[in-house]
Design a protein around this ligand. Structure first.
Ligand code: ATR
Length: 308
C-alpha cells in the first residue's frame, strides 16, 4: 500500500507523539517505516502541545479513535497520572511513554527501560552484565535501573551528584530483586570503572558536547561497554571510550527499541513480530558499529571479567 493509498483510507487509524517541543523528533520516521513495512492502515503523527492542553488532548485522541500515543518530555508524569490502568513497569516508573486507547480507557506503559535493554542485548549479543555503573539518578536512570534489576544484574553502583536522589532510587529498587545497589559519587568513577563490565551514562552532562560527568579516561578497559543515552553528535566521553577500542552504544538504539516495544503494545503482538531492523534503518542505526557487525568479536566475554 503506498502512502497515498494509506492516507486516502477512511478507516485510517492514528498513532501520536505528544510532547513539547517535538519538531526534531525521529519517532515519526521510525514508526512510519515500521507501519509501511507491515502494511498497517495506521499513520504516526507528532503533536507539539501547549502544556496547558495535555490532558484534554490525550483524552480527545482516545475519543477520536486513535490507537495510541508515545509521550515525551515534559508530559511523561502527567500521562501517568491520567491513565485508567497502568502496567507494572509504568507503576514503578511513575511515568508513561506509551498510551493505548482501548474501549474508552487509557492504558499506560513504559518501554524506556525494556527498549534500552533490547538495544544492549541485540547490539552486544551474549553479554550478561555482572556489575553495572549507572551515572545519574533522574528519570532516565530509573528506567535503566528497572531494566537491570529485571535482568537480574547482581550488582549496581549508582554514581550521582546528589546523594539524596541516588539514595531514593536505591531504596525503591533494593526491594524489587536480588540486585545489590551501592550509592557513591561521580568522583569515584576512575577507581570503579575497571571493576565493572557496563557503564550507563544517563545524566544530561555532555548534551553540550563539551562536558563529561566523569573524568575522561586515559585508559579504558576494553571489556567494559559504555551505553550513553544521549544521541546524535558524540559526546566527549563516548568519543574517548570509542577511541580506546571499547564497545559503545548511544541513545539512538534506545530510541529505536523503545519505539519498537511501543508498537508491539499497540499491535498487541510480540517484539519478534516488529520489524525493528527497518525501524533502525530509517534513522541510520543499522549503519553504526555495534549494529553493522564491524565490532563482532570485540567486547565483553564473561571469562575476561574478574570480580572481587
Ligand atoms: P532525566 O529524566 O533525563 O534523567 P533528570 O531527572 O533531570 O533528567 O536527571 C538529570 C540527571 O543528570 C541527574 O542525575 C542529575 O544529577 P542530580 O540528581 O545531582 O541533579 C544529572 N546532572 C545534571 N546536571 C549535572 C551536572 N552539572 N553535574 C552532574 N550531574 C548532573
Amino acid at each position: 500500500m503506498s502512502w497515498e493509498e494509506r492516507l486516502a483510507r477512511a478507516d485510517l487509524k492514528t498513532l501520536w507523539l505528544l510532547g513539547h517541543p517535538v519538531g526534531h523528533s525521529l519517532s515519526p520516521r521510525i514508526q512510519n517505516a515500521a507501519l509501511q513495512a507491515l502494511g498497517a492502515p495506521w499513520v504516526y503523527l507528532a503533536a507539539d502541545l501547549d502544556p496547558k492542553n495535555f490532558e484534554e488532548a490525550a483524552r480527545g485522541l482516545g475519543q477520536l479513535g486513535a490507537v495510541g500515543a508515545n509521550v515525551t518530555v515534559p508530559f511523561k508524569e502527567r500521562a501517568w497520572a491520567l491513565c485508567d490502568e497502568l502496567s507494572d513497569r509504568a507503576r514503578v516508573m511513575g511515568a508513561c511513554n506509551v498510551l493505548s486507547f482501548v474501549d474508552g480507557k487509557i492504558h499506560g506503559d513504559n518501554t524506556d527501560g525494556v527498549g534500552w535493554l533490547r538495544a544492549l542485548e541485540l547490539g552486544v549479543p551474549d553479554f550478561y552484565p555482572r556489575r553495572a555503573l549507572v551515572l545519574g539518578a533522574g528519570g532516565a536512570a530509573r528506567a535503566i535501573l528497572l531494566a537491570l534489576v529485571e535482568k537480574g544484574v547482581p550488582q549496581i553502583f549508582i554514581l550521582n551528584r546528589s546523594f539524596e536522589r541516588a539514595n531514593a532510587l536505591k531504596e525503591q529498587f533494593s526491594g524489587l530483586g536480588a540486585t545489590s545497589i551501592t550509592v557513591t559519587s561521580l568522583d569515584r568513577f576512575p577507581q570503579l570503572v575497571s571493576s565493572g563490565d557496563l557503564v550507563v551514562q544517563t545524566t544530561s552532562v555532555g548534551l553540550d558536547r563539551l562536558s563529561s560527568p566523569v573524568k575522561l579516561p586515559l585508559v579504558w578497559p576494553k571489556e567494559v561497554v559504555l551505553s550513553e543515552l544521549i544521541y546524535g553528535e558524540p559526546t566527549p566521553l563516548l568519543k574517548a571510550v570509542r577511541e580506546r577500542g571499547a564497545m559503545v552504544c548511544d541513545g539512538l538504539a534506545m530510541l529505536v527499541f523503545q519505539a519498537a516495544e511501543s508498537l508491539a503494545r499497540w499491535m498487541n503482538c510480540s517484539f519478534e513480530e516488529i520489524p525493528w531492523r527497518v525501524m533502525g534503518q530509517a534513522v541510520g542505526l543499522m549503519a553504526t558499529p555495534i549494529f553493522d557487525g564491524s565490532m563482532r568479536g570485540c567486547g565483553p566475554t564473561v571469562e575476561a571479567i574478574a570480580f572481587e
